[in-house]
Design a protein around this ligand. Sequence first.
Ligand code: ATP
Ligand code: MG
Length: 423
Amino acid sequence: MATTIQKPRGTQDMLPKEAAAWQYVEMCLRQACTRFNYKEIRTPMFEHIELFKRGVGDTTDIVSKEMYDFFDKGNRHIALRPEGTASTVRAYVENKMYGETDIQKLYYMGPMFRYERAQKGRLRQFNQFGVEVLGSFDPYSDAEVIALAMEIYKTLGLSQIKLVVNSLGDSESRCAHREALINHFTPVIDELCQDCQTRLEKNPLRILDCKVDAKHSVMATAPKIIDYLNDESREYFDAVLAALDAMEIPYTVDANLVRGLDYYNHTAFEIMLDDPTFGAQTTLCGGGRYNGLVEQLGGPMTPGIGFALGIERVLLALEQQAITLPVTNTVDVYMMPLGAQTKPTAMKLMHELRQNGVSVETDYQGRGMKAMFKAANRANAQFAIIIGEEELANGQCQVKNLVESTQETLNISQVVTYMISNK
Ligand code: ATP
Ligand code: MG
């Protein structure tokens, strides 16, 4: 036998037995977007690397270590997209969507790629769902975005969901905070990891997000951005919180929440599973405001806010909380032709049923009636239609209701109408 080829590290096969759950989650995501009036955008899965690596302050793990990039045959430096915001904003600018009268409320869903150390809940190809609101700098739009994210977990039936919010302020506030951070960390920088030493110069805020040094005592006493917010930023943040209060969405303010990407300002938030038994990857969703990004990508000054959530982590959380989704895994009819002569009629009837919205399965392995009934059972069929040679001669068939264990003889010509009204 030839050696088997296995899937690359950090990837997953989504198997048919899991498909119904995936589709259900995706349906909930789309329905939430419909209720909040967000429209779908689909962008390519690969982009020019410059879209993600923009030079200034590339201190995030995503850009500095996790990029899945390569040179294509035309020697273009390409990256598989690690996240959706940059691509969405690129499309917004490229397609001049800023020229439209209304603000853009967009959502996307699909695979993202990061060269990470693969483990449970942390993959190299994973799926994100995210939204972006472009063109509004209104605290109520921040609150709407957060509400949408929270609504998703609620409709899926998840509990122990914790919302953490913070404000990173505007550039004036951030400058003041940056200075304070440099003063705070400089005397002890030798005790921090190599990455933090680089961060001190490039983007000291990122030190607060360091996983290696998280427990160092200097972290707890670090200056908090919230104490450096100017009046305008403070007012904005208070208005976001007031809007969350109005919707009765519970939250915790965490002054150390800084988020993984460099382009955030003002509102930042994360949604976590507040359950110590869940495992290491408890962050389900992250988002925030990025008022400078559109401009950075060559568009006019346009404020933006959004979030992204990991779909695999949603599924893990559902599993952890033993939530059974209301997914159906059934077929209406299992067609049972008995004998070769009956097959063309069975095939014709099956095709007509399908054309009329009835779902039908049949046997293609030459099985006998007993085995076909077992297969019908496994397929969760509601009805079996049995066409024997004698019945066929009379233009008839047996229709067995497998749920109620009743059986009747019908004319084959009546079956479609019967099934439409009885399935
Ligand atoms: P983490 O701190 O867990 O690395 P992050 O800050 O890199 O998260 P974001 O870039 O904010 O994550 O992505 C938003 C969400 O996407 C995360 O909260 C998580 O649910 C999901 N996610 C991120 N990276 C992965 C991954 N490698 N595998 C699976 N899901 C992921
Ligand atoms: Mg990460």
